[in-house]
Design a protein around this ligand. Structure first.
Ligand SMILES: Nc1nc2c(c(=O)[nH]1)N[C@H]1C(S)=C(S)[C@@H](COP(=O)(O)OP(=O)(O)OC[C@H]3O[C@@H](n4cnc5c(N)ncnc54)[C@H](O)[C@@H]3O)O[C@H]1N2
Ligand code: MOO
Length: 409
């Protein structure tokens, strides 16, 4: 059996970014930039006032050149959004100006209205005022030629003000990968209000996949529960392949049981099995295949925690690469208690990261690690990674953590 790292490498070697498309900003949230965004303009586009007040030339208020109190005739009033270019400020005068309005040529400072007095059309100052105050220079925020956002960056609300300020309404983006999800298992019941017959259980992994997949960077097109027979699996596969899903994910039927048909069905349809089983716990029977048309298939093991682990540890990095993003870095946290595990394989433990009194990340391994036990997932916000070869990890050591969903940092 191959190691976790080798298994991940096999998967990542198959992942290349999906073709990009041009899309409107409002539709581009959560998609990934396919190119650097370079400013072609300056922002702000013109020098403008940061305050409601009066634009003036500070030198006109200097003590040696001005009587006390200082009186400046108000020569113009400049609102934000004015159609007219402000007139040159005549020496010895001031211009009434609003926040965001263009600063007139000849002025070098804006004094806030609350620091002034006014007598009809005369501005009265008790003291000289400094130059270069409250003027936002043209291009102070962004300059032409400046890279403002990078290829591979996920478009979040944080980018929106910048992209709007540049007047960029459309972008080349890599669309979010699309997935189809097939739950195998004759014992599964989808209707959560239906009573269970003996040996039935509710399908928990299908709804789990549907709820977490968007946070892992993909959209679920549809999902179906297909029982334990090849016929309904084949029919679901045909439906999936007729659509434009980028990846098909199944759960269950990848181990060695009598009804574990996924591998055989894939082989019968001409798929190449690239990976089946890895030295990981949970999730050991993980399967990854390339379908005849070049699309990819993940067979996640059926135990619900194994499904969750396979999705986060193997599928999520693949989806991330399909959308043109860089691999996520692992997070390190200090382990709170010594925990033993098996050195034969890499363990992914249900864990919780908290913040210590001195602000450090501390990791706790939760009790109830068996792969059928979903209740501990309620307290879980991370997978704690114990690499193959590790006998135990002592309290106080740093451990690798894979947060439950990727952190946008
Ligand atoms: N003889 C062996 N038996 C098993 C081995 C092994 O190496 N030798 N490996 C075990 C491991 S590890 C895992 S993980 C499971 C994976 O098996 P399958 O992928 O074939 O999954 P199933 O048998 O279909 O289901 C396993 C388990 O999970 C429950 N299940 C399945 N789907 C769902 C769902 N959508 N929601 C909730 N629960 C689900 C199912 O009822 C089973 O209890 O194999 C071990 N066996
Ligand atoms: O490896 Mo299985 O995925 O432990 O339950």
């Amino acid at each position: 059996m191959i190691s976790y790292t080798d298994a991940l490498n096999i998967i990542m070697a198959e992942a290349s970014p999906l073709p990009h498309t041009e899309i409107a900003l409002t539709d581009a949230i959560s998609m990934v930039l396919a190119e650097d965004i370079i400013s072609s303009v300056q922002v702000p586009p013109f020098a403008n006032s940061a305050m409601d007040g009066y634009a003036l030339l500070a030198a006109d208020t200097a003590r040696d050149s001005a009587p006390s109190p200082i009186k400046l005739p108000i020569s113009q009033s400049i609102p934000a959004g004015t159609d007219l270019l402000p007139k040159q400020l005549a020496p010895g005068t001031a211009a009434e100006i609003m926040t965001g309005a263009p600063v007139p040529p000849g002025a070098d400072s804006v004094i806030p209205v609350e620091m002034t007095k006014r007598d009809n059309d005369t501005l009265i100052l008790d003291a000289p005022y400094e130059s270069e105050r409250n003027v936002r220079a043209a291009g102070e925020d962004m300059k032409p030629g400046q890279i403002v956002a990078r290829k591979g960056q996920c478009i979040s609300a944080a980018l929106v003000p910048t992209l709007c300020a540049l007047g960029k309404g459309r972008f080349p983006v890599i669309p979010r990968p699309k997935a189809v999800w097939l739950s195998t298992g004759r014992e599964l019941v989808d209707d959560l209000s239906a009573p269970l017959s003996p040996s039935q259980i509710y399908n928990s992994s299908g709804p789990y996949g549907e709820s977490i997949l968007p946070a892992l960077g993909a959209d679920m097109m549809w999902r179906r529960t297909v029982g334990d027979d090849g016929d309904s699996f084949r029919e679901a596969m045909r439906d999936a392949l007729r659509g434009d899903a980028d990846v098909i994910i199944s759960t269950g039927a990848v181990s060695v049981g009598k009804f574990d048909f996924v591998r055989a069905e894939l082989e019968a349809m001409g798929a190449t099995i690239l990976l089946h089983r890895a030295k990981v716990k949970p999730g050991k029977p993980i399967l990854f295949a390339k379908l005849p048309d070049g699309r990819h298939f993940f067979g996640l093991p059926g135990n619900p925690v194994s499904t969750a682990m396979g999705l986060r540890v193997f599928v999520a990095p693949f989806l991330r690469a399909l959308s043109g993003q860089q691999p996520e870095p692992m997070i390190k946290a200090t382990l709170k208690t010594t925990v033993k595990t098996t050195p034969r394989l890499t363990s992914f433990l249900k864990g919780n990261i908290g913040i210590s009194e001195d602000g450090r990340l501390v990791a706790t391994v939760l009790s109830g690690q068996e792969s059928f036990r979903v209740a501990p997932m309620v307290d879980m916000n991370t997978w704690i990674v114990y690499p193959e070869g590790t006998e135990n990890i002592e309290k106080g050591s740093l451990v690798d953590c894979i947060p439950f969903t990727p952190l946008e940092i």
